[in-house]
Design a protein around this ligand. Sequence first.
Ligand code: IPD
Ligand code: CA
Length: 290
Amino acid sequence: MRFLGNGPVACGSGSGTAAGVPVATLLALAERVARRAGNLIRSRGTATVHVADTKTSPTDVVTEMDRAVEALIRSEIGEERPEDGLLGEESGFVPGDSGLTWVIDPIDGTVNYLYGLPYHAVNVAVVEGNPPTPGEWAPLAGCVHNPVTGQTWTAGVGAGARLDGARLRMAAPPALSMALVGTGFGYTTDRRRSQAETLRSLLPEVRDIRRFGAASLDLCKVASGQLDAFYERGLNPWDMAAAALVVAEAGGEVSGIDGQPPHEHMLVAAAPGLRVDLVERLEALNAGRG
Ligand code: IPD
Ligand code: CA
């Protein structure tokens, strides 16, 4: 895969195995648990969604379902792969000793879920390296599952990306001026102020901007051709791990800016050429500040 930027972000052994396990086996487990998690989300509907807590700001919510889904995924992966580490949005990092770590976002797009908007996803990825440290990990297999639409994106390193089983291959991109660009915003006031400044400069220079509200699904839209590019400052490994692999395995590129790999500083995803142009523009706008 192409997970670009300085630093030891590699792309697995290329042999189709990781820690002695076929990537296909890891991918099958990621998909199985993501679908089971989706069943749990669907079984409760959205009429009785309860906010259980808030995190970085009063608008950064965690629902009871976020916690229930993460507990389910942790328990299912823990039963099958007890030697692997786990990093989940809601309950943090538990290191393992196999060299593999499962990176989980139980609900990406929690605010959409809270409002009954059908644009949220379960993200399950398995990565090698050290996912809490930016640039020191790379995804091996991942699944992004939208429990409402049933759409399911999967990717294994060296094995391609698929939507509902159909192979994805990204087309040649348009020029930046004709590109439909997705982005997202963080939850704190200061971060949003600087994101708004970047957007104010970029908006007149592209076809248009979209903000759907779940970074993983936005990245999958890039892989599926419904967005030409996506960028966001402030993403965590669980927002990006599975979906970045989907983009890379569909023939796209994923990087940071300022010579960095994709991480909290910035993530940029697009087909080759367009990604370079968007990175240059974001660097000129100093989009990695604030
Ligand atoms: C959020 C979504 C959103 C993005 C935020 C993320 P969450 O994840 O992916 O689209 O703009 O930066 O934090 O909080 O819904 O899991
Ligand atoms: Ca989440």
